[in-house]
Design a protein around this ligand. Structure first.
Ligand code: 5CA
Length: 441
């Protein structure tokens, strides 16, 4: 993409209510535009990151055997009356009446709707286990929407729902999601620690939150830092291997890790003092096993091998897809701006042409653009006539993993400057060497 053709409304003006660094940086880089309290437009740069996160989440859900579908944002109140949550959900639910006076709502989550889909079609244990997920906008009328996309009112969530014939089988489905989450966050370039959690309004007796450590986090967390050394299951993990699934969960849950809601001073005292982390964390995922909480009132049952009817056991598994954009920035920035992990960066590399009106410089910069594109990379090519300093600052601010700077002196020597954004390391290399470093060839 040529910067002069792109829509990148970089700005210095950040409203004073943007209290945390990710919110400030998302506004300054023109990733988002606030349209109302807790409601945002995703401008092109932000939207690219959101789509990349969504795609990684999708690939990892698919790998774990979950199946994607798409449910609507608007739901009928009657479904929620069946589960008993219509009244219980309270003021966070945005209630809407249509022209026929039917009570509707903008979905804050989808347990009821997916259970309704399930019960319409699935009648036999033979179809189980089944895990269906979607990535859809949700609405929660938060009292205090803040921190930009981190606590929005409208936000994008990945929510998966598992259906099993017994509690034992449902726990395996839960473990699959637990392992899939570790791989997902690892690919997103962040460390998210699973912690015992309070199930809250979703209900149930088994629940973990996944938290990224960051000073701006809304939860206080207490954990044994040994948990950080446990590697993720990895790309070749076998999700059908029950012993391996159980082991993945045990490897982490044997170390103390809890948010303030579940914190147990006595258990924490057993953690060696030099291994204790008391920090703040951002919740980027939350998984729940809730048994028959929805299937019982909504009569979702299946035939067992013995020909009896069994109420299915369910779980739900959320990832805050739009929140992650902010959370990744909280975990990965410096004084000059964002430092994107390569997997979610809006562009793979920036090309800065120092003198776009000099034919020799333009030719090399054009060549860099053509070669990166041919190597299936997505570069952002700054061929504007802005001042050099402004170009460097903007490129650092938006935080692409690599920068190639093409200037008149280097061109005469057959060199470009390659900068690695995360380490700040710069080197004068030939264009082909620069391309090889970026493409990992
Ligand atoms: N139905 C369950 C799991 S699918 C559920 O709704 N879980 S949740 O309430 O914990 O939300 C899942 C994830 O969505 C959270 O972990 C968080 O990352 C994200 N999330 C929740 N509320 C907001 C919000 N107001 N703004 C941005 N992200 C949010």
């Amino acid at each position: 993409m040529r910067l002069s053709r792109f829509f990148l409304p970089v700005t210095k003006d950040v409203p004073s209510d943007a209290a945390i660094v990710s919110h400030q940086l998302m506004l300054r880089t023109g990733m988002i535009r606030q349209n109302g309290a807790g409601i945002y437009s995703w401008l092109p740069l932000g939207f690219k990151v959101l789509k990349k996160i969504e795609q990684i989440v999708r690939e990892e859900m698919d790998r774990a055997g979950a199946i994607e579908l798409l449910m609507p944002t608007l739901q009928q109140a009657d479904l929620w009356r069946e589960s008993g949550r219509y009244e219980a959900y309270g003021a966070e639910m945005l209630r809407i009446t249509d022209r026929h006076d039917r009570d509707m709502l903008y979905g804050p989550t989808n347990e009821e709707m997916i259970t309704d889909i399930f019960r319409q079609y699935v009648k036999s244990y033979k179809a189980l286990p089944l895990n269906l997920y979607h990535q859809q906008w949700k609405f929660r009328d938060e009292v205090r929407p803040r921190f930009g996309v981190m606590r929005g009112r409208e936000f994008l969530m990945k929510d998966a729902y598992s259906f099993d014939v017994s509690e034992e089988a449902a726990r395996i489905s839960y473990q699959k999601m637990f392992a899939a989450y570790l791989n997902t966050f690892d690919r997103l370039g962040v460390t998210a620690i699973p912690m015992q959690a309070d199930p809250g309004p979703i209900g149930g007796d088994l629940s973990h939150e996944f938290l990224i450590l960051a000073d701006s986090g809304e939860s206080a967390v207490f954990c044994d830092k040994a948990v950080l050394d446990v590697p993720p299951p990895g790309a070749d993990f076998d999700f059908e291997d029950e012993a391996a699934l159980k082991a993945e969960m045990e490897k982490r849950t044997r170390f103390y890790a809890a948010t303030d809601e579940k914190h147990d001073e006595a258990a924490y005292a057993a953690v060696p003092e030099d291994s204790r982390i008391e920090a703040r964390g951002i919740e980027v995922g939350h998984i729940f096993y809730f048994g028959t909480k929805y299937s019982e009132p909504m009569k979702a049952d299946v035939q067992t091998p013995e020909g009896k009817l069994a109420t299915i056991h369910g779980g739900s598994y959320g990832i805050g897809v739009s929140r992650l954009v902010g959370a990744i920035i909280e975990a990965s920035h410096d004084e000059n701006g964002i430092v994107w992990p390569a997997s979610v960066a809006p562009f793979d590399a920036g090309i800065i042409s120092m003198k776009p009106d000099a034919a020799d410089v333009a030719a090399v910069a054009d060549e860099a653009y053509a070669k990166l594109t041919a190597a299936s990379k997505d570069p952002l090519y700054d061929e504007t006539s802005d001042r050099a300093g402004a170009k460097f600052n903007r490129m650092d601010l938006i935080g692409l993993p690599w920068q190639i700077t093409v200037g008149p002196r280097g061109v005469k020597e057959g060199k470009v400057e390659l900068k690695h954004r995360a380490s700040g390391e710069k080197s004068d290399v030939t264009l082909d060497e620069a391309i090889a470093r970026i493409t990992g060839a």
